[in-house]
Design a protein around this ligand. Structure first.
Ligand code: NDP
Length: 329
């Protein structure tokens, strides 16, 4: 095992909770596993914001390197499926929660968690997509498996956020008519530039509504939960479906059974953390096919490891636009 040092953001337990600081560590500080990766980029997700703020018990053990995803180059491997020099991406599997993650120059993980980058996708682009973009793709897959097809009206909630903005871009590239629900009217031009045809004001979906409203959406990607998800279900057309992946507004779901039993509406749960590897690999390949290089530039900005503690407040408050790529070196 290499004894040279590298930089990592480390969360340590304190009497009052936890403290997060940039530290210099060695491979002995990482968990034992079969593949070591030189991390080039990580990304900043809502869950990373919660982790850095010590909320929702995202970090399960200490000390911990947060960062739920990363992309980089294999440095050493005892796994026959990976060789030094392979470009790889990792999302989920509890990395950055109960296993040291991507906010470091190096990570050591189980090879079975890694996906080789599809041809044509750089490590920077992989993290412009990141956990959020993979989740957006899995939501689109879920809608399509249910029979939702391009051409129809679809709604994306939390549209200016990470999952939302990639979902808007993907769905519009695939030929759907995309409406973007947002609480930030100031992001209207941004949302239209990434393919939204119409902007829906968050307030119109925020209050308790009727169990069934007029049928507007053939499909929806919901990243926020709560009353907004209930109202989206109530306004989904006969035979439509809603892919639910997030809780940015709330974890409850104050709905009735009417959309399900009178309109054949389906609520499709989407998890990216424990998604089987074969489905992930297909999703990455499809992301690489569908998205144009410029699509990612439009929704992304780059930051360094030192910027993350400050950004945690912003992402939890819903103030971050699109995707945030983290340079680790
Ligand atoms: P972001 O913070 O980037 O985006 C969330 C967006 O939700 C915000 O930009 C905002 O969009 C909207 N929002 C924020 N607060 C509220 C509120 N109180 N009420 C209504 N809308 C709100 O987060 P991510 O895109 O990274 O993640 C989105 C959600 O998806 C999170 O809950 C996250 O935990 C979940 N997630 C789940 C995954 C899974 O595997 N199931 C994987 C990845 C993420 P706007 O300003 O446009 O309204």
């Amino acid at each position: 095992m290499s004894t040279d040092t590298f930089r990592a953001l480390v969360a340590r337990k304190t009497e009052g909770g936890q403290a997060v600081a940039l530290e210099t560590i060695t491979e002995a500080d990482l968990p034992a596993a079969d593949v070591t990766v030189d991390v080039e980029f990580s990304s900043f997700n809502y869950k990373d914001g919660l982790a850095l703020k010590g909320q929702s018990r995202i970090l399960r053990t200490f000390p911990m390197v947060p960062g739920i995803d990363f992309a980089g180059t294999v440095r050493t491997s005892d796994n026959p499926a990976f060789a030094p020099g392979d470009k790889v991406v990792l999302t989920g599997w509890g990395v950055g929660e109960s296993w040291s993650g991507g906010f470091a120059e190096r990570a050591r993980v189980k090879g079975e968690w890694l996906v080789k980058l599809p041809e044509g996708l750089t490590t920077h682009q992989a993290m412009a997509i990141g956990t959020a973009g993979l989740t957006a793709m899995l939501c689109v897959d879920a809608l399509e498996r249910y029979g939702i097809t391009p051409g129809g009206d679809v709604l994306v909630t939390g549209a200016a956020g990470g999952v939302g903005s990639v979902a808007v871009r993907l769905l519009s590239r695939l030929g759907y008519k995309v409406s973007a629900l947002t609480g930030r009217r100031s992001e209207e031009d941004f949302l239209k530039s990434i393919g939204a045809c119409e902007i829906v004001d968050r307030d119109t979906y925020a209050a308790a509504g009727k169990p069934l409203a007029s049928e507007r959406w053939h499909g929806a990607v919901d990243t926020v939960g709560g009353q907004i998800l209930a109202n989206v279900l109530a306004s989904t057309a006969y035979g439509g479906a809603v892919a639910a992946c997030g809780l940015a507004a709330a974890t409850d779901l104050p709905t009735t059974v009417f959309p399900f039993i009178l309109r054949n509406v389906a609520l499709l749960g989407v998890d990216s953390v424990n998604c089987p590897t074969a489905r992930r690999a297909r999703a990455w390949a499809r992301l690489s096919d569908v998205l144009e290089p410029n699509d990612l530039d439009q929704v992304t900005r780059d930051v360094g490891l030192d910027d993350l503690p400050r950004l945690a407040d912003d992402i939890i408050a819903g103030r971050v636009r699109g995707r945030t790529v983290v340079r680790t070196r």
